[in-house]
Design a protein around this ligand. Structure first.
Ligand code: DAT
Ligand code: MG
Length: 141
């Protein structure tokens, strides 16, 4: 799709480690456009909507607590195949196994916590992207 959009989140671990610039730089260096950026504190209601697919899983409550542990940065990036492309430069969920050269592979590791801390979120499909952008950027929809 021309001008496809995705939702990226720099999670609290990324903000705490001062990696906002590094993460945005990688998205821009790949060639995608940043069309919106917002630093915010996500509350439980917003995170429960965002992570609805994970409700009931053992890591759900730790995930919500972690995502409320500090500010996050919500980003909308745009470009052909950006959904797939950002997932590729983010790397796989488990940072121990994420490929070198990816955000998670280069910059994150296992912290021994109940929820995997892996610096970033990226939408996984066009449907997820539309839903998640409307949650974090209702003003864009
Ligand atoms: P991703 O963020 O790669 O799309 P996901 O949507 O399956 O992964 O899960 C959301 C987040 O929850 C993920 O970034 C880290 C955490 N998580 C996922 N699976 C987990 C597990 N089995 N144990 C602990 N945390 C997990
Ligand atoms: Mg996911």
């Amino acid at each position: 799709m021309i001008n496809e959009r995705t939702l990226i989140l720099v999670k609290p671990d990324g903000v705490r480690r001062s990696l906002i610039g590094e993460i945005i730089a990688r998205v821009e260096a790949k060639g995608y456009s940043i069309v919106a950026v917002k630093m915010m504190s996500a509350d439980r209601a917003l995170l429960t909507r965002h992570y609805a697919e994970h409700e009931g899983k053992p890591f759900f409550e730790p995930l919500v607590e972690f995502m409320m542990s500090g500010p996050i940065v919500a980003i909308v990036a745009q470009g052909n195949r950006v959904i797939e492309g950002f997932r590729n430069i983010a790397g796989t969920t488990d940072p121990t196994l994420a490929a070198a050269g990816t955000i998670r592979g280069d910059l994150a590791r296992d912290q021994g916590t109940k929820v995997t801390q892996n610096l970033v979120h990226g939408s996984d499909s066009p449907e997820s992207a539309a839903r998640e952008i409307s949650i974090f950027f209702p003003e864009l929809v």
